[in-house]
Design a binder for this molecule. Structure first.
Ligand SMILES: [Zn+2]
Length: 394
């Protein structure tokens, strides 16, 4: 009889040899196609994936790996699945282990690097992701994807010079016109200069933006801003009025300062002519407000109430209504309790009226963004122009 000590000592060996035997069996079965067929398992997993059942797919793929742990593609698929389910740590571990293997082919190593870079990106480890993507950007087969990720990283980090450089390289790999986006990066640099009162730097970036995209409305808005700040009011007016020709929806972004320019120049008839034209051609709420303000200033509240009442009859809008209620209150019209609660109600509703919407993802709101907060598209988040069909009285 064996000494109990030896029994204990041999236990792990027995367990290990049992495991090896089981594994050999499994591989044998796998190779001979008896119970477990690798390729059919792979397709089974794939089917689960197509039917959007990632949990079941993962189960199948893990079984496959138990049988044949050499399958690099299976590791890649599984890692990818984990990342997509948000299990970044597990994905990262799989990809790091793969890369540590000495016998990977060059293509497999690059693929594993690319996956790992995406893990880092998704985990928010942007420095690490950046390093790997920079490496992959030099490899033609991976350049497109790596450069796309790099632009996302630089946009997020607001490293606009890097974003410009990477986007220019990306242009070689895509049929999409990336010039408008590069123009926006130059505008971002101009915006930094404008915030810190560096007009010369701003002008330089605006010029580059317009070289990249002559129709860049944001650059036109910024150019007018530089002129305005330098006291060149007539030039600011000319620059901003061109926006109306390019895309009048954006006139609302500069309308207050545009009015200010006319006032500084004491050009009241010019202002009235411009607003008259602007409101009939492109009646956004902001232009309407500017027009009402101008009437109040030049002709008084009564005239503004008359104008606004007529306008709202044809073009109902909550912001217009809110302004009307305010004007009537200023006129000294009875502010009884009911009138006051009506005023608050209208003001509350007007605050909810969205002014901008993304044509790409539908994100909407009341503050202007050049890059959509929802889908990160550049200039896809646009001012809404109300489309009213005036009701004819019966
Ligand atoms: Zn969007």
């Amino acid at each position: 009889m064996l000494d109990p000590f030896w029994l204990l000592a041999l236990l792990p060996v027995a367990a290990a040899s049992g495991w090896f035997a089981g594994r050999r069996d499994a591989i044998h079965r796998a190779r001979s196609g008896e119970n477990f067929n690798l390729s059919s398992a792979y397709f089974k997993g794939l089917n689960f994936l197509l039917n959007e059942q990632p949990d079941k797919a993962i189960e199948v793929f893990i079984k496959v790996l138990e049988v044949d742990s050499e399958t690099v593609e299976m590791h890649l698929t599984l890692g990818n699945l984990f990342r997509r389910r948000g299990e970044i740590e597990r994905a990262t571990r799989i990809h790091q282990n793969l890369i540590a293997r000495p016998n990977l082919s060059k293509a497999q190593r690059l693929q594993a690097l690319s996956e790992l870079a995406q893990d880092y990106f998704k985990a928010g480890l942007l420095d690490r992701a950046e390093n790997l993507f920079q490496e992959l950007a030099d490899v033609p087969t991976h350049a497109h994807q790596a450069l796309s990720h790099l632009t996302q990283i630089y946009e997020q980090e607001k490293e606009w010079d890097n974003a410009i450089e990477v986007k220019k390289r990306l242009a070689k790999y895509t049929s999409r016109n990336v010039s408008p986006e590069i123009a926006h990066y130059h505008c971002e640099l101009a915006a930094v200069d404008l915030r810190t009162d560096r007009s010369d730097g701003a002008r330089e970036h605006i010029r580059e933006a317009l070289t990249k995209d002559p129709g860049c409305i944001r650059a036109a808005i910024q150019l007018g801003e530089v002129e305005y700040r330098e006291g060149n009011y007539r030039r600011a007016i000319d620059t901003w009025r061109e926006i109306a020709e390019q895309d009048a929806r954006y006139l609302g972004e500069v309308i207050d300062k545009l009015v200010e320019c006319y006032r500084r120049l004491d050009d009241n008839s010019g202002l009235q002519g411009f607003l008259d034209h602007a409101i009939t051609e492109h009646g956004t709420p902001r232009i309407l407000m500017a027009r009402v303000d101008q009437i109040v200033e030049d002709q008084g509240t009564d005239a503004a109430v008359d104008f606004l009442t007529d306008w709202l009859r044809e073009n109902p809008s909550l912001q217009g209504l809110k302004r009307l209620v305010e004007l009537e209150r200023a006129q000294g019209v009875d502010d009884a309790e009911e009138a006051q609660s009506l005023r608050l109600l209208v003001a509350g509703l007007a605050e909810r009226e969205v002014e901008y919407q993304c044509r790409q993802c539908g994100f909407s709101g009341r503050a202007m963004h050049w890059q959509c907060p929802g889908c990160k598209g550049w200039q896809t988040y646009e001012p809404i122009v109300p489309q009213y069909t005036a009701q004819q009285p019966n």
